[in-house]
Write a protein that binds this ligand. Structure first.
Ligand SMILES: NC(=O)c1ccc[n+]([C@@H]2O[C@H](COP(=O)([O-])OP(=O)(O)OC[C@H]3O[C@@H](n4cnc5c(N)ncnc54)[C@H](O)[C@@H]3O)[C@@H](O)[C@H]2O)c1
Length: 346
Protein backbone atom coordinates (compact mmCIF):
# COMPACT_ATOMS: atom_id res chain seq x y z
CA UNK A 1 0.00 0.00 0.00
CA UNK A 2 1.53 3.26 -1.13
CA UNK A 3 1.46 6.23 1.24
CA UNK A 4 2.29 9.76 0.10
CA UNK A 5 2.76 12.39 2.81
CA UNK A 6 3.51 16.06 2.29
CA UNK A 7 2.56 19.70 2.58
CA UNK A 8 0.21 21.14 -0.06
CA UNK A 9 0.33 17.91 -2.03
CA UNK A 10 -3.39 17.70 -2.79
CA UNK A 11 -2.93 19.87 -5.85
CA UNK A 12 -0.65 17.14 -7.23
CA UNK A 13 -3.20 14.32 -6.80
CA UNK A 14 -3.99 14.53 -10.49
CA UNK A 15 -0.42 13.53 -11.28
CA UNK A 16 -0.52 10.52 -8.94
CA UNK A 17 -3.81 9.25 -10.34
CA UNK A 18 -2.53 9.43 -13.90
CA UNK A 19 -0.91 6.00 -13.59
CA UNK A 20 -4.10 4.41 -12.28
CA UNK A 21 -6.47 4.94 -15.27
CA UNK A 22 -9.92 4.94 -13.67
CA UNK A 23 -13.02 5.76 -15.72
CA UNK A 24 -14.85 7.72 -12.99
CA UNK A 25 -14.03 9.04 -9.55
CA UNK A 26 -16.64 8.99 -6.76
CA UNK A 27 -15.69 11.12 -3.78
CA UNK A 28 -17.30 10.41 -0.40
CA UNK A 29 -16.83 13.27 2.04
CA UNK A 30 -18.66 15.09 4.85
CA UNK A 31 -20.32 18.51 4.73
CA UNK A 32 -17.53 20.24 6.73
CA UNK A 33 -14.69 18.91 4.61
CA UNK A 34 -16.59 19.50 1.37
CA UNK A 35 -17.27 23.11 2.42
CA UNK A 36 -13.63 23.71 3.27
CA UNK A 37 -11.79 21.75 0.58
CA UNK A 38 -14.34 20.39 -1.94
CA UNK A 39 -13.53 23.01 -4.56
CA UNK A 40 -9.79 22.57 -4.00
CA UNK A 41 -10.08 18.81 -4.58
CA UNK A 42 -12.39 19.33 -7.55
CA UNK A 43 -9.86 21.71 -9.15
CA UNK A 44 -7.08 19.20 -8.72
CA UNK A 45 -9.28 16.53 -10.38
CA UNK A 46 -10.52 18.73 -13.22
CA UNK A 47 -9.29 16.28 -15.87
CA UNK A 48 -11.45 13.49 -14.42
CA UNK A 49 -15.14 12.71 -14.52
CA UNK A 50 -15.87 12.99 -10.79
CA UNK A 51 -18.88 13.21 -8.46
CA UNK A 52 -19.24 14.01 -4.76
CA UNK A 53 -21.44 12.39 -2.12
CA UNK A 54 -21.43 14.40 1.09
CA UNK A 55 -22.65 13.06 4.44
CA UNK A 56 -23.48 14.84 7.71
CA UNK A 57 -20.31 14.97 9.87
CA UNK A 58 -20.08 12.69 12.89
CA UNK A 59 -20.20 9.09 14.05
CA UNK A 60 -23.96 8.76 13.38
CA UNK A 61 -23.18 8.70 9.65
CA UNK A 62 -21.29 5.40 10.02
CA UNK A 63 -24.62 3.59 9.69
CA UNK A 64 -26.36 0.94 7.62
CA UNK A 65 -28.84 3.59 6.40
CA UNK A 66 -26.00 5.72 5.07
CA UNK A 67 -24.44 2.71 3.34
CA UNK A 68 -27.75 1.94 1.62
CA UNK A 69 -28.22 5.58 0.54
CA UNK A 70 -24.75 5.62 -0.99
CA UNK A 71 -25.26 2.23 -2.75
CA UNK A 72 -28.38 3.77 -4.37
CA UNK A 73 -26.39 6.77 -5.54
CA UNK A 74 -23.54 4.56 -6.85
CA UNK A 75 -26.09 2.62 -8.91
CA UNK A 76 -27.71 5.86 -10.15
CA UNK A 77 -24.34 7.27 -11.18
CA UNK A 78 -23.38 3.99 -12.90
CA UNK A 79 -20.23 3.52 -10.82
CA UNK A 80 -18.58 0.28 -11.91
CA UNK A 81 -15.46 -1.75 -11.22
CA UNK A 82 -13.43 0.54 -13.47
CA UNK A 83 -14.23 3.45 -11.13
CA UNK A 84 -12.39 4.67 -8.06
CA UNK A 85 -13.91 5.65 -4.72
CA UNK A 86 -12.10 8.42 -2.87
CA UNK A 87 -12.57 8.73 0.91
CA UNK A 88 -12.03 12.44 1.58
CA UNK A 89 -12.47 13.26 5.26
CA UNK A 90 -11.85 12.11 8.80
CA UNK A 91 -12.06 8.60 10.21
CA UNK A 92 -15.84 8.45 9.84
CA UNK A 93 -15.68 9.06 6.09
CA UNK A 94 -12.67 6.74 5.72
CA UNK A 95 -14.28 3.80 7.54
CA UNK A 96 -17.61 4.24 5.75
CA UNK A 97 -16.21 4.81 2.25
CA UNK A 98 -13.76 1.92 2.66
CA UNK A 99 -16.61 -0.38 3.73
CA UNK A 100 -18.69 0.66 0.72
CA UNK A 101 -15.70 0.13 -1.59
CA UNK A 102 -15.12 -3.32 -0.10
CA UNK A 103 -18.71 -4.47 -0.68
CA UNK A 104 -20.07 -2.66 -3.74
CA UNK A 105 -19.88 -4.97 -6.79
CA UNK A 106 -17.74 -7.30 -4.64
CA UNK A 107 -15.13 -4.63 -4.15
CA UNK A 108 -13.99 -1.67 -6.16
CA UNK A 109 -10.73 0.23 -5.83
CA UNK A 110 -10.49 3.13 -3.39
CA UNK A 111 -7.99 5.59 -2.04
CA UNK A 112 -7.91 7.43 1.27
CA UNK A 113 -7.32 11.17 1.53
CA UNK A 114 -7.51 11.59 5.31
CA UNK A 115 -8.17 15.14 6.46
CA UNK A 116 -8.23 14.88 10.28
CA UNK A 117 -5.07 14.25 12.32
CA UNK A 118 -6.56 11.02 13.67
CA UNK A 119 -7.33 9.80 10.17
CA UNK A 120 -3.85 10.77 8.91
CA UNK A 121 -1.95 8.93 11.65
CA UNK A 122 -4.32 6.09 12.38
CA UNK A 123 -7.62 5.22 10.68
CA UNK A 124 -6.45 5.55 7.05
CA UNK A 125 -3.58 3.12 7.69
CA UNK A 126 -4.17 -0.56 8.30
CA UNK A 127 -7.13 -1.50 6.11
CA UNK A 128 -9.83 -1.69 8.80
CA UNK A 129 -13.12 -0.46 7.36
CA UNK A 130 -16.60 -0.65 8.83
CA UNK A 131 -19.73 0.84 10.28
CA UNK A 132 -21.61 0.89 13.59
CA UNK A 133 -24.79 -1.11 14.20
CA UNK A 134 -27.17 -1.73 17.09
CA UNK A 135 -25.31 0.76 19.27
CA UNK A 136 -22.03 -1.11 18.79
CA UNK A 137 -19.05 0.66 17.25
CA UNK A 138 -17.37 -0.90 14.22
CA UNK A 139 -19.35 -4.11 14.64
CA UNK A 140 -19.77 -4.66 10.88
CA UNK A 141 -16.69 -4.40 8.73
CA UNK A 142 -13.78 -5.98 6.99
CA UNK A 143 -10.15 -5.53 6.08
CA UNK A 144 -9.84 -3.77 2.74
CA UNK A 145 -6.66 -1.93 1.85
CA UNK A 146 -6.73 1.24 -0.27
CA UNK A 147 -4.64 1.58 -3.43
CA UNK A 148 -3.12 4.74 -2.04
CA UNK A 149 -3.19 6.84 1.12
CA UNK A 150 -2.63 10.45 0.19
CA UNK A 151 -1.85 12.64 3.21
CA UNK A 152 -1.71 16.43 2.97
CA UNK A 153 -0.84 17.90 6.39
CA UNK A 154 -1.73 21.40 5.13
CA UNK A 155 -5.40 20.40 5.36
CA UNK A 156 -5.07 20.19 9.15
CA UNK A 157 -4.93 23.98 9.53
CA UNK A 158 -8.73 24.16 9.92
CA UNK A 159 -9.02 21.35 12.49
CA UNK A 160 -10.58 22.16 15.89
CA UNK A 161 -8.57 21.97 19.13
CA UNK A 162 -10.42 18.84 20.30
CA UNK A 163 -9.93 17.10 16.97
CA UNK A 164 -6.19 17.86 17.19
CA UNK A 165 -6.18 16.16 20.63
CA UNK A 166 -7.78 13.11 19.03
CA UNK A 167 -4.89 12.64 16.62
CA UNK A 168 -2.23 13.75 19.08
CA UNK A 169 -3.35 11.04 21.53
CA UNK A 170 -2.54 8.40 18.91
CA UNK A 171 0.83 10.01 18.11
CA UNK A 172 1.74 9.93 21.82
CA UNK A 173 0.57 6.32 21.94
CA UNK A 174 2.90 5.38 19.05
CA UNK A 175 5.72 7.00 20.99
CA UNK A 176 4.94 5.09 24.15
CA UNK A 177 4.57 1.73 22.41
CA UNK A 178 7.42 1.95 19.92
CA UNK A 179 9.48 5.14 19.88
CA UNK A 180 10.28 6.95 23.12
CA UNK A 181 11.97 9.81 21.22
CA UNK A 182 8.78 10.44 19.27
CA UNK A 183 6.92 10.68 22.59
CA UNK A 184 9.43 13.16 24.02
CA UNK A 185 9.55 15.15 20.81
CA UNK A 186 5.76 15.45 20.55
CA UNK A 187 5.48 16.39 24.26
CA UNK A 188 8.02 19.17 23.94
CA UNK A 189 6.13 20.64 21.00
CA UNK A 190 2.47 20.68 22.07
CA UNK A 191 2.23 24.43 21.31
CA UNK A 192 3.42 23.89 17.73
CA UNK A 193 1.01 21.00 17.26
CA UNK A 194 -1.95 23.15 18.35
CA UNK A 195 -0.69 26.01 16.17
CA UNK A 196 -0.69 23.50 13.26
CA UNK A 197 2.97 24.05 12.44
CA UNK A 198 3.15 22.18 9.14
CA UNK A 199 6.81 21.14 9.37
CA UNK A 200 6.29 19.64 12.80
CA UNK A 201 3.02 17.96 11.78
CA UNK A 202 4.77 16.50 8.77
CA UNK A 203 7.44 14.95 11.00
CA UNK A 204 4.94 13.60 13.52
CA UNK A 205 2.60 12.19 10.87
CA UNK A 206 5.53 10.60 9.02
CA UNK A 207 6.88 8.87 12.13
CA UNK A 208 3.43 7.72 13.24
CA UNK A 209 2.50 6.30 9.85
CA UNK A 210 5.83 4.41 9.69
CA UNK A 211 5.21 2.84 13.10
CA UNK A 212 1.64 1.82 12.32
CA UNK A 213 2.58 0.46 8.89
CA UNK A 214 5.39 -1.65 10.38
CA UNK A 215 3.06 -3.17 12.98
CA UNK A 216 0.27 -3.76 10.43
CA UNK A 217 2.74 -5.36 8.01
CA UNK A 218 3.60 -7.98 10.64
CA UNK A 219 -0.05 -8.61 11.61
CA UNK A 220 -2.34 -7.61 8.75
CA UNK A 221 -5.50 -9.23 10.10
CA UNK A 222 -5.15 -8.22 13.75
CA UNK A 223 -4.39 -11.66 15.18
CA UNK A 224 -1.46 -10.75 17.40
CA UNK A 225 1.00 -7.87 17.41
CA UNK A 226 -1.57 -5.28 16.31
CA UNK A 227 -2.99 -5.57 19.80
CA UNK A 228 -0.26 -3.28 21.11
CA UNK A 229 -1.96 -0.45 19.19
CA UNK A 230 -4.63 -0.68 21.88
CA UNK A 231 -2.45 0.81 24.61
CA UNK A 232 -4.66 3.24 26.55
CA UNK A 233 -7.74 1.91 24.77
CA UNK A 234 -8.99 -0.72 27.26
CA UNK A 235 -9.71 1.88 29.94
CA UNK A 236 -10.13 4.62 27.30
CA UNK A 237 -13.02 2.83 25.56
CA UNK A 238 -14.61 2.22 28.95
CA UNK A 239 -14.43 5.94 29.79
CA UNK A 240 -15.83 6.95 26.39
CA UNK A 241 -18.85 4.68 26.79
CA UNK A 242 -19.36 5.46 30.49
CA UNK A 243 -20.32 8.99 29.42
CA UNK A 244 -22.24 7.84 26.31
CA UNK A 245 -19.53 9.25 24.04
CA UNK A 246 -20.55 12.80 25.08
CA UNK A 247 -18.07 14.02 27.67
CA UNK A 248 -14.72 12.86 26.30
CA UNK A 249 -13.84 12.35 22.68
CA UNK A 250 -11.85 9.28 21.67
CA UNK A 251 -8.44 10.94 21.99
CA UNK A 252 -9.15 12.48 25.38
CA UNK A 253 -10.36 9.11 26.66
CA UNK A 254 -7.26 7.36 25.27
CA UNK A 255 -5.00 9.89 27.01
CA UNK A 256 -6.80 9.14 30.28
CA UNK A 257 -6.54 5.43 29.52
CA UNK A 258 -2.77 5.75 29.00
CA UNK A 259 -2.43 7.51 32.38
CA UNK A 260 -4.35 4.82 34.34
CA UNK A 261 -2.77 1.94 32.43
CA UNK A 262 0.74 3.36 32.99
CA UNK A 263 -0.06 3.56 36.69
CA UNK A 264 -1.05 -0.12 36.62
CA UNK A 265 2.23 -0.89 34.82
CA UNK A 266 4.21 0.93 37.52
CA UNK A 267 2.34 -0.81 40.35
CA UNK A 268 3.09 -4.18 38.70
CA UNK A 269 6.78 -3.25 38.63
CA UNK A 270 6.93 -3.17 34.83
CA UNK A 271 8.21 0.42 34.74
CA UNK A 272 9.85 2.53 37.41
CA UNK A 273 8.18 5.48 39.10
CA UNK A 274 10.33 8.09 37.36
CA UNK A 275 9.16 6.91 33.92
CA UNK A 276 5.57 6.82 35.13
CA UNK A 277 5.88 10.40 36.46
CA UNK A 278 7.32 11.51 33.13
CA UNK A 279 4.32 10.04 31.27
CA UNK A 280 1.86 11.42 33.83
CA UNK A 281 3.27 14.97 33.82
CA UNK A 282 3.24 15.11 30.02
CA UNK A 283 -0.26 13.74 29.52
CA UNK A 284 -1.97 15.84 32.21
CA UNK A 285 -0.99 18.91 30.19
CA UNK A 286 -3.65 17.75 27.74
CA UNK A 287 -6.30 16.32 30.02
CA UNK A 288 -6.73 16.00 33.77
CA UNK A 289 -7.44 12.56 35.27
CA UNK A 290 -10.58 11.89 37.26
CA UNK A 291 -11.16 10.21 40.62
CA UNK A 292 -13.95 7.82 39.66
CA UNK A 293 -16.66 7.05 42.22
CA UNK A 294 -17.47 3.50 43.30
CA UNK A 295 -20.54 3.11 41.06
CA UNK A 296 -18.65 4.55 38.08
CA UNK A 297 -15.81 2.08 38.64
CA UNK A 298 -18.31 -0.78 38.69
CA UNK A 299 -19.80 0.38 35.38
CA UNK A 300 -16.32 0.87 33.92
CA UNK A 301 -15.30 -2.68 34.86
CA UNK A 302 -18.50 -4.04 33.25
CA UNK A 303 -17.83 -2.05 30.09
CA UNK A 304 -14.24 -3.30 29.98
CA UNK A 305 -15.35 -6.90 30.51
CA UNK A 306 -17.56 -6.60 27.42
CA UNK A 307 -14.76 -5.13 25.30
CA UNK A 308 -14.51 -7.18 22.11
CA UNK A 309 -10.73 -7.45 22.54
CA UNK A 310 -11.10 -9.57 25.68
CA UNK A 311 -10.99 -13.35 25.50
CA UNK A 312 -12.35 -15.88 28.02
CA UNK A 313 -13.72 -13.10 30.21
CA UNK A 314 -10.19 -11.95 31.08
CA UNK A 315 -9.14 -8.32 30.82
CA UNK A 316 -6.50 -7.84 28.17
CA UNK A 317 -4.27 -4.88 28.93
CA UNK A 318 -1.38 -3.41 26.99
CA UNK A 319 1.01 -2.05 29.58
CA UNK A 320 4.30 -0.16 29.38
CA UNK A 321 7.34 -2.32 30.06
CA UNK A 322 10.06 0.22 29.30
CA UNK A 323 10.66 3.48 27.46
CA UNK A 324 8.83 3.15 24.14
CA UNK A 325 7.92 -0.46 24.87
CA UNK A 326 4.77 -2.30 25.85
CA UNK A 327 3.62 -5.86 26.43
CA UNK A 328 0.29 -7.71 26.39
CA UNK A 329 -1.05 -8.87 29.77
CA UNK A 330 -4.18 -10.84 30.56
CA UNK A 331 -3.75 -11.49 34.27
CA UNK A 332 -4.42 -8.08 35.75
CA UNK A 333 -5.64 -8.01 39.31
CA UNK A 334 -9.10 -6.37 39.44
CA UNK A 335 -8.20 -4.63 42.73
CA UNK A 336 -5.29 -2.94 41.00
CA UNK A 337 -7.54 -1.68 38.21
CA UNK A 338 -9.94 -0.34 40.87
CA UNK A 339 -7.04 1.33 42.70
CA UNK A 340 -5.91 3.04 39.52
CA UNK A 341 -9.42 4.32 38.73
CA UNK A 342 -10.01 5.59 42.29
CA UNK A 343 -7.12 7.93 41.64
CA UNK A 344 -6.11 8.47 45.25
CA UNK A 345 -2.53 8.38 44.02
CA UNK A 346 -2.61 11.77 42.25
N1 LIG B 1 -10.22 2.11 10.72
C1 LIG B 1 -9.43 2.28 11.76
O1 LIG B 1 -8.39 1.62 11.91
C2 LIG B 1 -9.77 3.33 12.76
C3 LIG B 1 -8.84 3.70 13.75
C4 LIG B 1 -9.19 4.71 14.63
C5 LIG B 1 -10.44 5.34 14.54
N2 LIG B 1 -11.31 4.93 13.58
C6 LIG B 1 -12.62 5.57 13.44
O2 LIG B 1 -12.40 6.95 13.09
C7 LIG B 1 -13.52 7.70 13.48
C8 LIG B 1 -13.06 8.96 14.13
O3 LIG B 1 -12.31 9.70 13.19
P1 LIG B 1 -12.13 11.29 13.32
O4 LIG B 1 -11.67 11.62 14.68
O5 LIG B 1 -11.36 11.74 12.14
O6 LIG B 1 -13.66 11.79 13.28
P2 LIG B 1 -14.51 12.49 12.13
O7 LIG B 1 -14.36 11.81 10.84
O8 LIG B 1 -15.89 12.60 12.70
O9 LIG B 1 -13.84 13.92 12.02
C9 LIG B 1 -13.87 14.76 13.14
C10 LIG B 1 -14.41 16.14 12.76
O10 LIG B 1 -13.39 16.83 12.05
C11 LIG B 1 -13.94 17.38 10.85
N3 LIG B 1 -12.83 17.51 9.93
C12 LIG B 1 -12.17 16.52 9.28
N4 LIG B 1 -11.14 17.05 8.60
C13 LIG B 1 -11.13 18.37 8.84
C14 LIG B 1 -10.29 19.44 8.46
N5 LIG B 1 -9.20 19.26 7.70
N6 LIG B 1 -10.59 20.69 8.91
C15 LIG B 1 -11.66 20.90 9.72
N7 LIG B 1 -12.48 19.93 10.13
C16 LIG B 1 -12.21 18.67 9.69
C17 LIG B 1 -15.04 16.44 10.46
O11 LIG B 1 -15.98 17.08 9.62
C18 LIG B 1 -15.63 16.09 11.84
O12 LIG B 1 -16.53 17.10 12.24
C19 LIG B 1 -14.35 6.81 14.40
O13 LIG B 1 -15.49 6.37 13.72
C20 LIG B 1 -13.43 5.64 14.70
O14 LIG B 1 -14.13 4.43 14.91
C21 LIG B 1 -11.01 3.95 12.70
Amino acid sequence: MEVIIGKKVLEKLNYHLREMAYSKLYIITDHNVKGLYGQYLSDSLKDYDHAFYSIPPGEKSKSVDMVLAIYDDLIDKKIDRGSLIIAFGGGVVGDLAGFIASTFKRGIAYIQIPTSLLAQVDSSIGGKVGIDYGGLKNIIGSFYFPQLVFIDVSLLKTLSYRDVICGLAEILKYGLIADYHLFKYACSNFDKVFNKNEDLLLELVNSSVCIKQEIVKRDKLDKGERRILNFGHTIGHGIESLYDFNKYNHGEAVILGMIYESYIGMEMGLIDSSYFIEIYNSLIELIKPIRFKEDEIKSLLDLMRNDKKNLDNKFIFILPTGKGQVGVFDNIDTDLIIKSLKGEWF
